[in-house]
Design a binder for this molecule. Structure first.
Ligand SMILES: Cc1cc2nc3c(=O)[nH]c(=O)nc-3n(C[C@H](O)[C@H](O)[C@H](O)COP(=O)(O)O)c2cc1C
Length: 294
């Protein structure tokens, strides 16, 4: 294990380690306007949802590590405390990267990146037409997190209006996560994509409280075959299952018959079979297999 005291590193190396470790980070396009009327559009991955009541997003235009200068986004927000947060998806990831070039303050990155300005309904900065989700926000607070290069400026913005493209809605007018094709930033030049082929579901924790690892029978808890993820699914049941007399499984019968003179091997085989069932989402079935050993 490499243990690093961050104060021993150069800011650029701190940034490198942290951006690789705290990833993937969602990406927004922040659109702002200065009091001279110049529009700015810049991507931010130090960005997240922090509250839903009130609805709050935060993002952080940092002081440049190179020369400690501040971002135009921050300068605009201080002049006019409004921002549109446009959610970035895979279709616009290259345009997003292009818009992050350090153009002069009077340059409109919408034009540089080939994106279309769309008038907002409440706030002054325009929205990105191509973005499938746009959040019109007022800025409640800007908290400078330091004064040196690399210091973030925490922008706390309250969402006043949300616009959602119909193409990503399901029949109940809710967002279909498989249709959005979000992208997120990791360390260096790495990005990742969240679409139907990469996302997966994890069942919510049992509202009646799962039994927990500490209640699992020792032979299961100490299994060399079942992983932490698999044990967690077994431990998410409301009460310790008991043998179901009507349970019938040919493979279980075969294992018991074949390995009857070698209990250690039998346990391995049963755990391997249970593992396979858990991976297929058949947790109750897996419990019945494991209970055969009890
Ligand atoms: C995907 C992506 C995410 C970024 N995230 C951040 C960030 O969270 N904070 C930051 O200060 N700069 C970030 N940058 C760099 C800024 O977008 C870049 O410095 C931009 O030029 C700032 O523009 P401005 O000075 O016009 O506001 C990011 C760049 C990219 C491509």
């Amino acid at each position: 294990m490499l243990s690093i005291k961050l104060s021993d590193l150069k800011p650029v190396d701190v940034q490198n380690y942290l951006q690789h470790a705290i990833a993937p980070r969602p990406i927004c396009f922040a659109s702002t306007i200065g009091k001279d009327g110049h529009v700015n559009l810049s991507p931010y991955s130090f960005f997240n949802l922090f509250s839903s009541n009130p609805p709050i997003v935060v993002f952080s235009p940092a002081r440049r590590v190179r020369d400690n200068s501040t971002k135009h986004t921050l300068q605009n927000i201080i002049e006019i405390p409004e921002v549109v947060i446009n959610i970035v998806d895979y279709n616009m990831v290259q345009q997003t990267s292009l818009a992050s070039c350090e153009y002069a303050k009077d340059v409109n990155e919408f034009e540089k990146a080939g994106l279309t300005q769309e008038k907002s309904t409440i706030v002054a900065p325009p929205m990105v037409k191509e973005s499938k989700i746009k959040l019109e926000c007022k800025v409640n607070q800007v908290i400078p997190l330091g004064t040196e290069g690399g210091a973030g400026n925490l922008v706390i913005a309250e969402i006043l209006m949300m616009h959602i493209d119909e193409s990503i809605l399901n029949a109940d007018n809710k967002i279909d996560q498989t249709k959005l094709d979000l992208v997120a930033r990791l360390g260096g030049n790495w990005y990742t994509r969240a679409n139907a082929s990469t996302i997966f579901e994890v069942e919510k924790p049992n509202l009646n409280l799962g039994i927990g690892f500490d209640t699992l029978p020792t032979s299961i808890k100490n299994s060399k075959i079942l992983s932490g993820n698999e044990l967690a699914q077994l431990a998410n049941v409301s009460s310790l299952p008991t043998v179901d007399p009507s349970f019938n499984d040919d493979k279980l019968k075969n294992i018991i018959q074949y390995f009857s003179i070698n209990p250690e091997e039998m346990e391995k085989e049963l755990h391997a079979y249970a593992k396979q069932l858990i991976q297929q989402g058949q947790v109750n079935h897996a419990w019945q297999i494991l209970l055969a050993l009890a």
